[in-house]
Structures are given as structure tokens and as C-alpha cells.
Design a protein around this ligand. Structure first.
Ligand SMILES: [Zn+2]
Length: 257
């Protein structure tokens, strides 16, 4: 079971008449991206208005803020279609022909999707902060649901579900392929231990002043004639300093491999 509320999102629970508890037994299979056509505050007000009868799970702001309105284990009302008389229909009863190949016949897509709104309008390019926050959220969702995000399958736009009314949602600038490969890379990178970089440390500052590159090891201790030294390997040299004598760091060229 996925964690209901994303730990790094701002929880803004909405009125319980604008979503359905649970997923009716369906497994989550795709993340659907939207454009809000408004700002973050307006999105919350609208989803929290009992008259709207709409909701999404999340909205990502232009400044990277992530708001969450509905538990990911509940059914938000952002991607809905009704199955009537052997065809998909919108709320007005008009026939809709989804381009999304993985839609499950007869079952409302809201049941097996997570929806993410984005602050702004379809013609807006995403800000770098929005792109980064969206990636972070996608990584979390992929982990929660053990889902590989693949464009046109498990990472789609609203327009792929409803090309009749929502062709311009989320809009032409959304980079599905870039996001998908970045999310896959980020997930793999998380499996490794990352080199800690303490930018305030004496050895690091010394190495940067001499253009020795970035750390290739953590700091380590070494002893010589009863004195303890602190040392660290950088791209172009090994920096060392006698403990306590921090102003007098030295460096030695790395040996040829
Ligand atoms: Zn939409």
C-alpha cells in the first residue's frame, strides 16, 4: 500500500465530496499530468469548493511548492470518463476516443491514475523549479507504486485520455521523455552511496582554491611519526593537513595508475 500523503508535499486536504475513498479495487497504473489554468491558491480553493465536484491529487507550483489535496490511495476527480452504451463519454454524454492505449475498458480512469496539476497556463514553459519538483514527485510515486514511468503508457497527459475536451492539457511544452529518463536515472542513483561534500571543510576549500577538482573519497585519517593527519583524494591530487594545523594544508599529485 502506498503512503497516503507525500512527506515533502504540503498537505491541504479538501472536502470529502470532491473525491472517493479508495480505488474501487483498482491498481494505480499511470500518472496523468495537467495544467491548472490558474495559480496554486486558486486550485486549492476550487478543489475545496463542494460545488466544483473536481479534484486532483497534487499541484506543483512554479516555485517548486507541491500541494497535495487527496491521498494517493483515494480516487481524485481529474481524469474521468464514463463508459456508456459501449463507448467512452464525457460529462455531457459526448463520445470521447482516448489515444491512451492502456485505458481499461469500462472502468473510469480516475480509479487507476494519479493526477498532478501544474500552476500556470498551457502556453507557459515550466520553470526549472517546477520541473525539479515534478521529477521529485514522480520519483516518489514510482517508488510508492513500483511503477516504471514510460511516456504514453504510465506517464501521460490529460489530453491522451480526453482528446475531445482536454487536448491542450497539460500543453505543448511538457517534456515527457526527458522527465521519464531523469526519473529513471534518479531512482538508480539513489541505490548508491553518494560522496558527501562538506563545502565548509578545510580540505575541500583548499582543493577548490587550487583547482584540484571534486572529492573522490570521504576525508580519512592517516598517521606519521605519532601525528594524525586528515587527508582526502580529489580528482587531481591528494590533500592532507596535520590535525589542528588547519591553515597549513598541502597536496601531493596522485600517482599514475
Ligand atoms: Zn487536465
Amino acid at each position: 500500500m502506498a503512503t497516503d500523503w507525500c512527506p515533502f508535499a504540503r498537505k491541504r486536504a479538501i472536502v470529502n465530496t470532491n473525491f472517493t475513498a479508495g480505488r474501487g479495487g483498482q491498481k494505480m497504473i499511470a500518472v496523468v499530468l495537467h495544467i491548472a489554468a490558474g495559480n496554486l491558491e486558486g486550485v486549492y480553493q476550487w478543489f475545496n469548493n463542494p460545488a466544483s465536484k473536481v479534484s486532483a491529487h497534487f499541484c506543483v507550483g512554479k516555485d517548486g511548492t507541491i500541494d497535495q489535496y487527496v491521498s494517493v490511495n483515494d480516487t481524485a476527480y481529474a481524469n474521468g470518463l464514463a463508459w456508456q452504451n459501449g463507448e467512452w463519454q464525457n460529462a455531457l454524454g459526448k463520445k470521447v476516443t482516448p489515444t491512451w492505449q492502456d485505458i481499461i475498458p469500462q472502468i473510469n480512469p480516475n480509479r487507476y491514475t494519479v493526477s498532478i496539476e501544474h500552476e500556470g497556463f498551457p502556453q507557459d514553459a515550466w520553470t526549472p523549479a517546477m520541473h525539479a519538483a515534478n521529477n521529485r514527485l514522480l520519483v516518489w510515486l514510482a517508488e510508492q507504486f513500483e511503477l516504471a514511468l514510460v511516456p504514453q503508457h504510465s506517464l501521460i497527459g490529460h489530453g491522451e485520455i480526453n482528446p475531445l475536451d482536454k487536448a491542450n492539457c497539460p500543453g505543448p511544452h511538457v517534456e515527457y521523455a526527458r522527465s521519464a529518463v531523469e526519473v529513471a536515472t534518479l531512482r538508480t542513483a539513489k541505490q548508491f552511496t553518494w560522496m558527501p561534500i562538506n563545502t565548509a571543510a578545510a580540505l575541500y576549500r583548499f582543493a577548490q582554491e587550487r583547482d584540484l577538482g571534486y572529492p573522490q573519497t570521504d576525508e580519512f585519517e592517516t598517521t606519521f611519526e605519532g601525528e594524525t593527519y586528515l587527508a582526502q583524494v580529489f580528482n587531481l591530487g591528494i590533500v592532507y593537513v596535520k590535525k589542528g594545523d588547519w591553515e597549513n594544508a598541502q597536496w601531493v599529485k596522485k600517482p599514475e595508475a
